[in-house]
Write a protein that binds this ligand. Structure first.
Ligand code: ATP
Ligand code: MG
Length: 425
């Protein structure tokens, strides 16, 4: 009797912990669902934005083209007028002496002598400004045909953009903190365009700072999840005003009319980023600052081997991810148990699975059983890691054909070299 009470108590406990585990799982799934929904929403927005930009691009290209010829005509003829005027002045002066009351276009000679040169050079300046706007518009609409792409280092573009920003920077009291990632893979791009993207963002950052504690942080690096190289430019300026935050990438959106802003900077950057198949996004907190991030595909994308690290110990996952992405350019994703791993195996399709055996919920052995029956995963290389190499479970793992076994703790350098070999072989 007592025995069966025990049994009952035991199964009640088991049931209880099962329910707990399920509830936890449900919560995790709900979180993941929310993440997916957000990702979907974001990409829908990006798509809508992209379509809007394309229509605008066509329109803008047309307008720019129409303005281009007349403005060139004006620009090239003003110097001619200036030259004619300087030859003409003595003639007018003589004429004035003969007929002191004579007016030219309603003005007397003295007024013209004082003002016409200035008037012409103002006209020339204005024409140049229109021509510059046309050029910006043309850049904006150039969309997907950026001239000549070559493999280049993002960090070089950053340094060039910083040089171009020197004058603006010196005029402000903003401190710049630059942290360039090392060993970044090349990007396939147009150097001038990339510089332009960065310069526009830096200039905006400087302009957004209206106090004397100004600071801009520039970071570059490699994102091991999407194989892209990124640059992040963060300022502690006034932040992007709510009123325009959802349209700052559209042309002519500006809150700097008074200072001569045309609102083209970010729209040009946006279309240049798109022409490089990249992404640009920002975070902002009113009164505290903004950060713009640009991701650009590296030449590694599509070539870099993908690795899935599965371990319930987050410290080990972290250590491996760092080692695999610091001087190697592997793409790495992680999972904390067998269930997460199974989900990721389906979508991420890694070239190499690094699998711990003893994990809660679903262990590594069960993962091995599943993948050994999955023809689509037969090409995937597998490395087993375990703290208990003598455990009978390992015999089963070997029997399933998984013989690359490493006991923890392992020598990291050796381990990484073994990974290189296995992936190469
Ligand atoms: N770092 C930033 N901090 C705060 N606001 C910003 C920042 N970057 C952009 N903005 C906002 O986005 C608007 C659009 O920027 P964009 O560079 O396209 O145009 P602009 O700087 O106003 O003019 P232009 O670049 O043509 O001289 C800016 O007017 C500003 O309101
Ligand atoms: Mg700008």
């Amino acid at each position: 009797m007592g025995h069966s009470m025990d049994d009952q108590e035991k199964s009640r406990q088991q049931l209880g912990s099962l329910v707990d585990a399920m509830q936890q799982k449900i919560q995790e799934l709900e979180t993941r669902q929310r993440q997916c929904e957000k990702a979907l929403h974001d990409s829908q927005q990006q798509l809508q934005q992209a379509q809007k930009m394309e229509t605008l691009g066509t329109l803008v290209a047309g307008v720019a083209h129409e303005i281009n010829n007349p403005i060139n005509l004006i620009m090239y003829n003003i110097p001619l007028l200036q030259k004619i005027w300087s030859d003409f002045m003595p003639v007018l002066k003589e004429r004035q002496q003969q007929a002191p009351d004579q007016k030219f276009g309603g003005f007397d000679y003295a007024f013209l002598a004082d003002n016409l040169v200035q008037l012409l050079s103002d006209m020339q300046m204005a024409a140049h400004r229109v021509a510059k706007t046309v050029l910006d518009l043309k850049n904006f609409s150039r969309q997907s045909n950026v001239a000549e792409k070559t493999p280049l280092q993002l960090n070089n573009a950053v340094n060039n953009a910083l040089r171009l920003a020197q004058t603006t920077l010196r005029a402000s009291s903003v401190a710049i903190d630059v942290q360039l990632g090392e060993n970044l893979p090349d990007i396939e791009g147009n150097l001038q365009s990339i510089e332009q993207i960065i310069l526009n963002i830096i200039v905006n950052a400087i302009q957004a700072i209206d106090h004397d504690r100004g600071r801009i942080e520039i970071t570059t690096g490699y994102c091991n999840q999407d194989g892209k190289v990124y640059i992040r430019i963060a300022d502690n300026g006034r932040g992007i005003s709510q009123a325009i935050s959802d349209k700052i990438f559209l042309p002519f959106v500006t809150d700097k009319q008074a200072e001569g802003g045309t609102g083209l900077g970010l729209s040009v950057s946006y279309s240049l980023v798109k022409a490089h198949e990249g992404e640009i996004f920002f975070e902002t907190t009113p009164g505290q600052g903004s950060a713009f991030t640009v991701h650009l595909p590296s030449v590694m994308k599509g070539q870099a081997p993908k690795i899935l690290v599965v371990d319930d110990d987050s410290a080990i996952r972290q250590m491996l991810i760092e080692a695999l992405t610091m001087d190697r350019l592997y793409l790495v994703e992680e999972a904390a148990n067998g269930i997460e791993a199974s989900i990721k195996l389906g979508t991420y399709r890694p070239d190499l699975l690094i699998l711990d055996i003893f994990m809660p919920e679903m262990d590594g052995l069960e993962v091995c059983r599943t993948i050994s029956n999955e023809p689509e995963l037969s090409e995937m290389k597998v490395i087993i890691t375990t703290g208990y190499p003598e455990h009978p479970k390992l015999d089963e793992v070997v029997a399933l054909g998984y013989t690359n076994i490493f006991s923890k703790p392992f020598d990291l350098l050796n381990f990484i070299e073994a990974i290189d070999r296995i992936l190469a072989g």
